[in-house]
Structure formats: C-alpha cells, structure tokens
Ligand binder design. Structure first.
Ligand SMILES: [Zn+2]
Length: 122
C-alpha cells in the first residue's frame, strides 16, 4: 500500500511511510524532536550533554526557541554561554544565528563580546 502523503510505500500495516511518520511525530512533539537533535549533534561533536528533556522544555518555554528556530540569520540557536562547558541547564541561551556566529568569531580570537557594542561587530 502507498503512503497517504507521498508516493513511498507505507510501512507494513500502517498508512504512512517511515519519512512521513517521522515528520508527523516531529510536528506533534517539537520540543522532544529539537532535544533529540541537539543531543545527537552534541555527541557527534564530542560535547558533554548533561541536559534533561524537562530542563530543555523549560529553556524552550523561557526563550521561545522551538517557535524561533530555523535556518535564517534571525532564527534562534541554542548557544552554550561558556563554550568550554557542555550543554547543561546553567549554560544555555537562545541566540540568533547571526549573533551566535559573531560570538564564535570572538571566541576563536580569544575576545569577549560585549552586548553594548554589538552594532559594530563584524
Ligand atoms: Zn510518505
């Protein structure tokens, strides 16, 4: 049987293919999906991940991260405040991609980025 949503073959005894099931699940569980994604990428990059789902959900509610995340320069990323530390509840902030990449540039050059002069940064 064909998937309800696309030309792929549905999974046995189900109405959707694996890709469409995953997409539906992620849409229904955006915080859980973002959490899994963050943890997977942290592990791939060898960064300590000591965050619980509950802590991540609290972060999302505080910052609007799930609604704000995306690919554009002004969409939100999860930034580690102190990049020498891993992902844990006291080390997270939501920054835009644009802001985060400037912060990374400063960190690579051993500088502190002041909030006040943000307008003048590269
Ligand atoms: Zn499908």
């Amino acid at each position: 049987m064909t998937c309800l949503h696309c030309p792929n073959e549905a999974r046995p005894s189900r109405r959707k293919c694996r890709a469409c099931e995953m997409r539906a699940w992620r849409k229904a569980h955006p915080e859980r999906a973002a959490f899994d994604n963050l943890r997977t990428h942290a592990r791939q990059r060898g960064i300590v991940f000591a965050l619980t789902l509950a802590q991540f959900c609290a972060f999302c509610q505080e910052t609007g991260y799930v609604e704000g995340k995306g690919q554009s320069a002004d969409s939100l990323t999860v930034d580690r405040v102190r990049h020498t530390e891993g992902y844990h509840a006291g080390n997270l902030q939501a920054l835009t991609h644009a802001h985060n990449s400037r912060k990374g540039w400063f960190e690579r050059h051993g500088l502190e980025m002041g909030e006040a002069d943000e307008e003048e940064l590269p």
